[in-house]
Design a protein around this ligand. Structure first.
Ligand SMILES: CC(C)(COP(=O)(O)OP(=O)(O)OC[C@H]1O[C@@H](n2cnc3c(N)ncnc32)[C@H](O)[C@@H]1OP(=O)(O)O)[C@@H](O)C(=O)NCCC(=O)NCCS
Length: 192
């Protein structure tokens, strides 16, 4: 069981550094959960191998390559690994950033993704002083659209015919969330 880290724990999940052996489950999901893999890669990527998983771990475990990407694992309070979340595309001049989130299939629809996202956004907005969170997703990613709406994000645009996959074009949706909008969301959540 890992030790709780102050500031990184919610009611049901916590964030911790991605460890090398976390990629075993990541590889299974990457290979078997084709729908999520398509959403995360804007189309079907080449199949992943053990070699790819090890290269991924070598680059990003324990916050390696941190200027490029901060890779966290999401675990429940009893230390069950349920997914991963990362901060990337950190633009220090404009104060914008993006995230990548994957809750593993067996653990979706329980609110773990939103809780993990809130922990990460608090860090990005209130420790790193970023001012705007940006996310893009496929128009067909209904779970992600609901997730962003729940957070109070604004649909700022639609990139028409942005992605080609399964012999068809898809639009990409662009969501944005300003720091003060996130603070308003947090205040609503903590209101009695
Ligand atoms: C998008 C994704 C991260 C959302 O993860 P999640 O943990 O299921 O999402 P949330 O935390 O927002 O969960 C909310 C759902 O849990 C339900 N829920 C159940 N118990 C809950 C609780 N105690 N608290 C909050 N929500 C709860 C909500 O009703 C909601 O259900 P709904 O989506 O049917 O409306 C997840 O679907 C995923 O990993 N998808 C594949 C990868 C992907 O597409 N990533 C994004 C690429 S841009």
């Amino acid at each position: 069981m890992s030790t709780p880290i102050p500031g990184w724990q919610g009611e049901r999940v916590r964030l911790r550094p991605m460890h090398r052996d976390d990629v075993d489950l990541w590889l299974v999901e990457e290979q078997e959960d084709v729908e999520a893999t398509r959403f995360l890669n804007a189309g079907l990527p080449l199949p992943k191998s053990r070699h790819d998983a090890e290269a991924f771990a070598a680059a990003y475990a324990e916050f390696g390559s941190r200027a490029e990407r901060l890779m966290f694992s999401i675990e429940t309070l009893d230390s069950t690994l349920v997914g991963g979340i990362n901060l990337h595309s950190m633009d220090t001049r404009n104060g914008t950033f993006q995230t990548g989130t994957r809750v593993y299939r067996a653990f979706r629809g329980r609110g773990y993704g939103l809780e993990a996202k809130r922990l990460l956004l608090r860090y990005a907005f209130h420790e790193l002083r970023y001012q705007k969170y940006e996310v893009r997703c496929s128009e067909h990613n209904d779970a992600m659209v609901r997730h962003m709406a729940r957070l109070g994000a604004v649909l700022e645009g639609r990139l028409r015919r942005h992605t080609y996959t399964r012999s068809a074009y898809e639009d990409e949706l662009c969501f944005g969330l300003l720091r003060e909008e996130f603070d308003a969301f947090e205040a609503r959540r903590s209101a009695p």
